[in-house]
Design a protein around this ligand. Sequence first.
Ligand code: HEC
Ligand code: HEC
Length: 199
Amino acid sequence: MNTEMNKWQWFVGVLIMGLILTVSLSSMALASGPLSGLFGEHEDDDDDDGRVLALNDRSLVTPNTTYSEECGACHMAYPAKLLPMTSWTKIMNGLDNHFGENAELDDATRQTILSYLEQESNRKGRIGRILSKLPADPPLRITELPFHKRKHHEIPRKMVQDNPKVGSLSNCNACHDKAEQGIFDEDTVDIPGFGHWDD
Ligand code: HEC
Ligand code: HEC
């Protein structure tokens, strides 16, 4: 009777040990997944840029009435920090032929906007890191910047060009509900007719 009991206890003991071993081994395997993902992200510029923009740069936009009224008349007033000053200066010096339109302003208004853009460019913010990697002659369009291309290349035509409620990627606020406040994280993406974006 006594030996029967011992055998039984031994059996249960081995069973429990086995269980503990299996559970700890599989949780180690699980942990290595997300962990290696984290390390991967640090090396991957793409996700790094996204996080910088979406989460860490809360002060991406300083509101300015003149800017939002004049430069938000035909399209949304693009957050100043999304382009380097070289590009803004070129844009502001060529308003008579602004992407095929006449967006000329009187000189006083133009100066007010220029100093606003300059002030925004000089303001510290982590997005500066993305723009600092640009060539000396950077594009005039946000949509032509490398970070923008990387973030949007997976979105199919039917959701953008062939989507009457979007039309082009320049129309940020069609999909990013809080674009004018400079908030772009994926949770705020809502593509008209298609809804929230799932990676
Ligand atoms: C008369 C209408 C009009 C006004 C006013 C206007 N824009 Fe534009 N803007 C356009 C058009 C049209 C485009 C090209 C849009 C497209 O390709 O879909 C454009 C494009 C842009 C782009 C490039 C967007 C991209 O594709 O990344 C920037 C930056 C820009 N405008 C800045 C400004 C600034 C700064 C002002 C104020 C000084 C301004 N705009 C005022 C019509 C206007
Ligand atoms: C057709 C809808 C659409 C338009 C228009 C659009 N975006 Fe996006 N954007 C997306 C989607 C979808 C994502 C998420 C892509 C991904 O990570 O796979 C995204 C991602 C981003 C991100 C990265 C956010 C993050 O958390 O990683 C930024 C920044 C961004 N967009 C800025 C802009 C700007 C600036 C414009 C306009 C010049 C713009 N987008 C126009 C759909 C759009």
